[in-house]
Design a protein around this ligand. Structure first.
Ligand code: FES
Length: 207
């Protein structure tokens, strides 16, 4: 199978970046606790921690809209073509604050035809659009590689591959967890966060 790679300007810009999960500390742990519904205590703890964080460092919140990093425009379904490399993105609060104050908040937005998506991926997609954390679950690099023929994502640090058609599942490499996925809906043409990440963001290991 071919492994032709492409690094479009809108995706894969800059150098590979790695931030250790350890540097993220309490924030990552609390995000994980609150992810996917979490337990009541975790929710309370996260709410408390969230009070301490600047709004631009908060992870994507329900009601935020997704914006394209390249030009700052709100992402619309028509901005993405099915099966083409993702766009790097951020969440923006309803009052317009971009949540780009924390590296871990970097997102990948991608689109597929419905028939190409697994049922699990579809539950969080809207009109074929999916949004994932861009942070590799192995050791926290930004995932910037795109394998055009396989239509999969590749981390530049140790080569983990993730399947955006299947809820960000790990296909290859040292990553032990899938890429976290946001739940989405559409309002007034914008892609809106309908549910928080379905799993913990950030890497598990140090480099
Ligand atoms: S940090 Fe991504 S594969 Fe190691």
């Amino acid at each position: 199978m071919s492994s032709e790679k492409t690094n479009d300007k809108e995706f894969g810009e800059g150098q590979p970046i790695c931030r250790l999960a350890a540097n993220f500390g309490r924030r990552a742990v609390l995000q994980g606790m609150a992810a996917a519904g979490g337990i009541a205590m975790a929710g309370q703890a996260f709410a408390q921690a969230a009070d301490d964080l600047p709004a631009d460092e908060l992870p994507p919140q329900v009601g935020d809209f997704i914006t394209i990093r390249e030009d700052g425009r709100p992402l619309e379904v028509k901005d993405l073509r099915p099966g083409v490399s993702p766009k790097t993105a951020y969440a923006v609060s309803p009052d317009g604050l971009i949540r780009n104050g924390e590296f871990m908040n970097t997102l990948l937005a991608i689109k597929f035809n419905d028939a190409d998506l697994t049922d699990e991926a579809k539950t969080r997609a809207v009109e074929g659009v999916l949004v994932y954390s861009a942070i590799c679950t192995h050791a926290g690099c930004e995932v910037t590689g795109w394998l055009r023929e396989e239509k999969t994502l590749e981390c530049p640090c140790h080569g983990s591959h993730f399947d955006p058609k299947n809820n960000g599942a790990v296909l290859f490499g040292p990553a032990g967890r899938k890429l976290p996925q946001l739940g989405l809906e559409i309002k007034d043409g914008k892609i809106i966060v309908a549910s928080v990440f379905d799993s913990r963001i950030g890497g598990d290991e140090t480099m």
